[in-house]
Design a protein around this ligand. Sequence first.
Ligand code: XIL
Length: 360
Amino acid sequence: MISRRALLAGVAAAAAPRLVRGAPAPASLGEAAAASGLLFGASIGQEAFDDPAYAELYRRQTRILTTDVALKFDWLRPAPDRFDFSYADAIVRFAADNDKLLRGHTLIWNDRVPDWLKRLSAPEVERVFDAHIDRVVERYAGRLHAWDVVNEPFWPMDGKPGGWRDGPWFAAMGPSYVERAFRRVRAIDKTARLALNEAQCDNDYEWGRSIRPLLRGLVERLLDAGAPVDAIGLQSHLKPQWPADYSAFAGYVAGFAERGLAVSITEFDVDDSPFPNDVAARDGAVAAVGARFLNAVLAVPAVDTVVAWQLSDRYTWYREISRRAPRPLPFDRDLQIKPLGEAMAAAFAAAPRRAPRPSR
Ligand code: XIL
């Protein structure tokens, strides 16, 4: 029989996992980050409503959430004349009930749009654009910590001049859709942090090398024009199979801070596909990449938020594209902390303490 003392010790250990080896146990990644003035959280979707243990992991570990797919245009707009807010509303309620901040992802993206939108004329697309922003932003004004106003403006692989991502918004309005979106959102929501979110900037593969200067140039033009951009979101789906220089990346990030912008790491995970099948070796390699990245980027004080793309390997989006069960996240399929989670807690603890930002 297990003694009462052993049982209690087990319960205490489960409630407060040791996140940094040898250090006093912070209760969660959220608390480890908060101790350095950082916000830690994760994207959230239907899985958290279907799996109570997963919901509990969000309650314990995060202080901020991001809608995974619920606020994307294709989910909100099943038909031209219909808005379906039920899924997004459920996440907004979950965040409020559990005292979590919430990032809205994403208002405008040239990807993930329904076929009905692709069939409209340019003037019709413009009307849908304005009406969509007005309706969605009004509904959640005052309840979101941040909006990813525009996601992934650049995608040079689409072959457009200037490296712009192609899609209905770009086809109808050209590059001006970005500034138009920011101004329209700010006219309605005065408090949310308005972010421009971009992919790939962390790597030195041709995608990262081409997108970094394009994003930087766009940000300069937006700020010079007085557009209400508060923050840059850098997705940071790390790809260890590609070259990367995280110290140089931190320098790039610091450039945004020099223009007075906050920077959020918005979709953190580590692609484990280049690493061995052996789980311990793979988890160690993933943790090492995550640690190198976070230690470099958290040295920049403007980086005040780290959001992982989901929390557990049980629900990573890499399940859609990996040939074996993927392990890119801080918690494993049994919702137990992994070496990556421990490395994240250690990086949060080692980060220079941030002064609280007054607003946005
Ligand atoms: C992903 C979702 O998590 C998946 O469920 C979906 O199938 C594809 O999109 N960059 C982004 C996110 O900005 O919106 C994407 O989310 C992941 C890549």
